[in-house]
Ligand binder design. Structure first.
Ligand SMILES: CC(C)(COP(=O)(O)OP(=O)(O)OC[C@H]1O[C@@H](n2cnc3c(N)ncnc32)[C@H](O)[C@@H]1OP(=O)(O)O)[C@@H](O)C(=O)NCCC(=O)NCCS
Length: 157
């Protein structure tokens, strides 16, 4: 499986919008992705793309002073369980470490088993919970779990 990890740029937004729509119910359009990337200070990201340029996954983050947050992370269904999510997060952690960020945060649906297993495998820890943060349907809500990892030179990148 041949792919490259590279910075997420404006040109990535067209394919990223398609991938995002196939992953999330409330997805971001190409325009929204561009706005987040260009107009929100401290936003950056990485993509995983085949050598032919097909987008297989991406991560977007926001970095403010010494903390960063994962805004979104998506890997295409046909390329999951091949380490791409892990590689994208590690690329972001490396960049944040260079920028001297101290902490990486994210929020995740309590029922998102795959994502929780991925974050656990990277040693993220739960530090909080937002009750009924996500509306799943008319009847059901889900909590958001707040996860963090400290960025210090002990983590194994
Ligand atoms: C969550 C997501 C990004 C994971 O991406 P991925 O590229 O498949 O993750 P990786 O291959 O790097 O998985 C790393 C580890 O996470 C765990 N994991 C990930 N998906 C898993 C699954 N379906 N079942 C069991 N363990 C899983 C495993 O420990 C895995 O290591 P292993 O394959 O060596 O056992 C992907 O499933 C996805 O895009 N989901 C939909 C969007 C989403 O939920 N984004 C996160 C929102 S917070």
């Amino acid at each position: 499986m041949n792919y490259k990890i590279a910075p997420f740029t404006v040109e990535t937004c067209v394919q990223a919008a398609i991938l995002h729509a196939s992953t999330f119910k409330r997805s971001w359009s190409e325009k929204e992705l561009k706005t987040v990337l260009l107009s929100t200070p401290g936003t950056f990201g990485f993509k995983a793309a085949s050598l032919q340029g097909e987008l297989w996954g991406f991560i977007l983050l926001q970095y403010v002073i010494d903390e960063a947050e994962i805004l979104t992370l998506s890997v295409s269904e046909s390329h999951r369980r091949q380490g791409i999510g892990t590689k994208l997060i590690k690329a972001a952690m490396k960049q944040l470490f260079v920028k001297k960020a101290k902490r990486l945060l994210l929020e995740v649906n309590q029922y998102n088993k795959e994502a929780l297993l991925l974050y656990k495998s990277l040693d993220f820890k739960t530090y909080g919970r937002r009750k009924n943060y996500y509306l799943l349907n008319d009847k059901k809500q889900a909590d958001a779990l707040l996860l963090e990892i400290k960025l210090n030179d002990e983590f194994n990148l």
